[in-house]
Design a protein around this ligand. Structure first.
Ligand SMILES: [Zn+2]
Length: 153
């Protein structure tokens, strides 16, 4: 096949969901750092959200599968450790989607800015551990709803 353009590849990657938070794509998450052709092999650079994140190998496989489904025959996933991923790499679109989904997007202060449901600033931490290692459980003291806070840094 003829080589897909980088623009096309980014679009395809933007359809690959994050395995832990399927409402956002791996591109929204900001972990795909670059795509480049090396002869007939497409090299995709991926930065894990944190080293040892159990989702990293799943993500690499999902990206590979998605590209192969679109006819890219040779895919190489390059793990790029530096610079380290930060929550700043999460796209605006990704943040909005997280909030719609009821997950508080990461915040520089290290805790959620507001309740994703009623937008109250009165929130408290219930547990450091949520449903996945990337999330912590918080609760809004106004609407009393618990919610997940995305804490990967
Ligand atoms: Zn609330």
């Amino acid at each position: 096949m003829s080589r897909a353009t980088n623009e096309q590849i980014w679009k395809w990657l933007d359809a690959v969901p994050d395995p832990e938070i399927p409402v956002i794509s791996v591109v929204d998450l900001g972990i795909v750092r670059g795509v480049a052709w090396d002869a007939d092999t497409l090299e995709v650079s991926v930065t894990p959200t944190y080293s040892g994140c159990p989702a990293t190998s799943v993500i690499a496989m999902d990206i590979e599968t998605a590209l192969m489904d679109r006819g890219v025959e040779h895919v190489r996933i390059k793990t790029q450790i530096a610079p380290a991923w930060t929550t700043d790499w999460l796209s605006e679109k990704g943040r909005a989607k997280l909030e719609d989904y009821g997950i508080s997007p990461p915040n520089e202060a290290g805790g959620p800015e507001q309740c994703p449901r009623c937008k109250s600033k009165e929130v408290e931490r219930i547990s450091q551990f949520g449903s996945t290692p990337c999330k912590a459980q918080w609760r809004c003291t106004d609407c009393l709803e618990p919610f997940d806070y995305f804490k990967c840094i």
